[in-house]
Design a protein around this ligand. Sequence first.
Ligand SMILES: [Zn+2]
Length: 294
Amino acid sequence: MTDKIIKVLAHNGKIAITCINSSNLVEEARKIHDLSPVTTAAFGRLLTIAAIMGNEMKNKKDKLTIQIKGNGPIGTMLVTANNIPKVKGYVAEPHVDLPLNEFGKLDVGTAVGYEGYINVIKDIGLKEPYIGISPLVSGEIAEDFANYFVNSEQRQSAVALGVLVDKNGVKSAGGYLITPMPDATEEEIGKVEQAIFKAGAMSKMLDSNMTLEEIAKKVTGDENIEILEDNIVPEYKCDCSKEHMKDALVSIGKKDLEEILKEDGKLEAMCHFCNKKYIFTKEELEEMIANIDK
Ligand SMILES: [Zn+2]
C-alpha cells in the first residue's frame, strides 16, 4: 500500500477527520538515520503528525517546524514539513535501545521523556511566525499533541499515532486527527469517543490491511462519511543542495572559514536531514571567502 492522506467529514459535517498511512515515509526515515526500533516508533509518530499538520497549511511556501525536547535518552527531535506534505527531520540519539514497557510495547514514553516540551513554529508568510509551546504529558507523542492542540490552538482534538516495527523495519505507520466542528453536539462527540475506543490501535488497523476510508468510518462510528480529499501523498524528502549548504557555511563567518582552509585545505559538510555529504575543495572555499568581502 502506498502512503496517503485522506480528509473526511463524518456525522453530517460536524466531525472532521484526517487519516494518514505513513508507512513508507517512516521506513525511509528509519533507513536514512539508522534508527533503533524505539526511536523509529518515536520519530515515526512525530513525522506522521508533522505530515498532517504540514498539510493543513494553505500555501506551498508555508513551513512548519516542530521540535520535541524531552528529558529521555533520545534527546531533541526536529522535523519540518510543507503543505504537500514533504517532511524531513533528525534525532539527536538514533540508536536508543530500551526494554519493552509493561504492556510489551516499545517504550516511547521513556525514550522521549515525560518532561520537556513541544515547540511548534509555523511560518505562513506573515510578518512574525506563529510559535506555540506546550509541555509534554507522557512522551508518547499522540497524547502530547492532543494536549498541544488544546493549549496552543484551542482545538479539542483526538490524536492517534502508531508505528509497528519488526525485525525487517517498519511494518506499518499512520495516524489520525479528529476535530469536532463548533456545532458538533455532545451526543455526536460521545459517539466518536466510543468508536475510537472500540477501534483499537491505528498501526494494527493498517497492518490488517484496512483502507484509510474504512479506518475513518470505524473511528468515527459513521458509515456515511463524506470524503473531501483522497489523493494527498506524503513523502520523506530532503531538499538540500550544494548551493543551500554553501549559504549555511557562509553564515559561519569569514574567520572560521579561513581557519578551516588553513588547517584542512577543504571542507566536508553533512546534511542532518538526509546524511548527504558535500565536499568543498580548496578553490571553492577560497571563492566563498572572497565573496564574503563583497
Ligand atoms: Zn539533505
